[in-house]
Design a binder for this molecule. Structure first.
Ligand SMILES: N[C@@H](CCSC[C@H]1O[C@@H](n2cnc3c(=O)[nH]cnc32)[C@H](O)[C@@H]1O)C(=O)O
Ligand SMILES: [Zn+2]
Length: 426
């Protein structure tokens, strides 16, 4: 750790206007100064100096919905609707995954995330202690939840392991690991089970990570079983009295949108997964104008099929315009806010991360702008959203530690990960 001085970069702080030729001073795990070069207090000495006049600095990206270990199942089953994809392909394959498979699949995902500028991710899977170990090693930030499928949890063993995850890992890695409980969805968790999970989460002081209103089929099914939309059902059961991170939220009524806004539910919009599974397109413009906190996630690499948040931001912005017929929907700055500050808020981390401001944790990325597709730089936020890709990320810092520089990830052994995942891909 120590002190890092990044000089000469274009800064996109998210919390304010773009700063040209700015500097960032990192002291330990925190941002000490972010601003124009002439304002840094005299006598501030750094251990590491990064010359960044050809770079753009942004807050680290927040991937608000993943199943990281599914990187092992990348391109394992494609071109199917959600129900068939899950029931016929994914769940039978997941039943054969070992704890070690999940550890190595997660390491592959973390490598890909760091490589493309993600510094924080919200993950729902199983064997989450293996995921936590991988997060400790890789150095990024993870908000982890044990996925809970109610009808597979007759004896309560899965809920118990979700509880252990919270008790054993909350705050680990200097606070880099936080936890939630992960009731999978209203179609896999009956109402009594959802209530039980919510009560348990309330007792532990953590939030919930759930899939809601992903497909038309789900909405029809929940409506006919319980006489309410998935959102209204979750509200009726009291889930939204807790902090909730709700993935997808594709098929919504006007009333659903008001509930999401009023209850301050964090929505993880996953545009590419929704497109690929043909689940539909979430009403992002309507949610944002109603004041819903909409963040961006990739979902797992079996339904995306990459974890590149820079690409996901672009898809989000383009799709919102295309579907609404309004080119002003989700402008570039808004798309970046969604992928940083809104993600931080949805994970309950906005006091710590999400913007580049003195006092916040030092989670930031440097993106190369000395590239043909980033020239001549009329508007750097638009360049990032509409022209860049995750490959352009050069440097990643989390909690004041350099995880990648010059495109080289320092905390993970790339060759070892490739060998392990190839071996386990069957
Ligand atoms: N079956 C697990 C718990 C589920 S983890 C989360 C689950 O969500 C599944 N999943 C991945 N993407 C999606 C999606 O888009 N919608 C619904 N489920 C998904 C994923 O395959 C995984 O089975 C156990 O043994 O305890
Ligand atoms: Zn998911």
């Amino acid at each position: 750790m120590g002190k890092i001085f990044i000089k000469g970069c274009t800064i996109v702080p998210i919390s304010g206007p773009v700063i040209e030729e700015g500097v960032i001073a990192v002291d330990g795990d925190r941002l000490y100064y972010v601003g124009p070069a002439n304002a840094l207090p005299a006598g501030w000495q750094a251990d590491t100096v990064i010359k960044a006049d050809d770079k753009v600095a942004l807050p680290g990206l927040v991937n608000a919905h993943t199943h990281a270990a599914m990187a092992l199942l990348r391109s394992y089953a494609d071109d199917l609707p959600l129900k068939e994809w899950l029931e016929k392909k994914i769940w039978p394959r997941e039943a054969r995954l070992t704890r070690e498979d999940i550890y190595w699949g997660t390491k592959l995902a973390l490598l890909e995330m760091i490589r493309s500028g993600t510094t924080t991710f919200a993950d729902m899977y199983f064997n989450m202690d293996a995921v936590a170990e991988a997060v400790l090693e890789a150095g990024l930030r993870g908000c982890l939840s044990q996925g809970l499928i109610g009808f597979q949890d007759e004896d309560g063993g899965r809920l118990a392991s979700g509880v252990s995850l919270v008790k054993e890992w909350q705050g680990a890695g200097d606070g880099r690991i936080t936890t939630m409980l992960g009731p999978h969805a209203p179609y896999t968790c009956p109402p009594e089970y959802l209530t039980k999970v919510a009560d348990t989460a309330a007792g532990l002081g953590v939030g919930l990570h759930i899939h809601l209103a992903e497909t038309k089929g789900e909405v029809a099914d929940i409506q006919s079983r319980y006489g309410a939309t998935p959102i209204a059902l979750a509200n009726r059961l009291g889930l939204f009295e807790l902090p909730v991170l709700a993935a997808h939220c594709v098929h919504l009524t006007a009333e659903d949108i008001s509930i999401l806004a009023e209850k301050k539910v964090g929505v993880a919009h996953c545009p590419e997964s929704n497109l690929k599974l043909a689940s539909g397109v979430a009403p992002v413009k309507a949610m944002l104008s109603a004041g819903v906190n909409v963040a961006i996630g990739t979902d797992g690499a079996a339904s995306n099929n990459n974890l590149d948040m820079v690409g996901e931001i672009r898809t989000c912005a383009l799709l919102a315009k295309g579907i609404s017929g309004d080119p002003t929907a989700v402008p570039a700055h808004q798309a970046l806010v969604m992928a940083t500050l809104n993600g931080a808020r949805a994970l309950g981390l906005d006091k710590k991360i999400g913007t580049l401001e003195a006092g916040k944790k030092a989670d930031l990325i440097l993106v190369n702008k000395r590239l043909p597709h980033m020239m001549p730089s009329h508007n750097v936020e638009a360049d990032i959203v509409y022209a860049a890709s995750g490959n352009d990320v050069d440097t990643v810092i989390v909690n004041g530690k350099i995880l990648m520089s010059g495109g080289e990830v320092k905390t993970l052994d790339v060759e070892e990960i490739y060998a392990e995942v190839k071996k386990r891909a069957g």
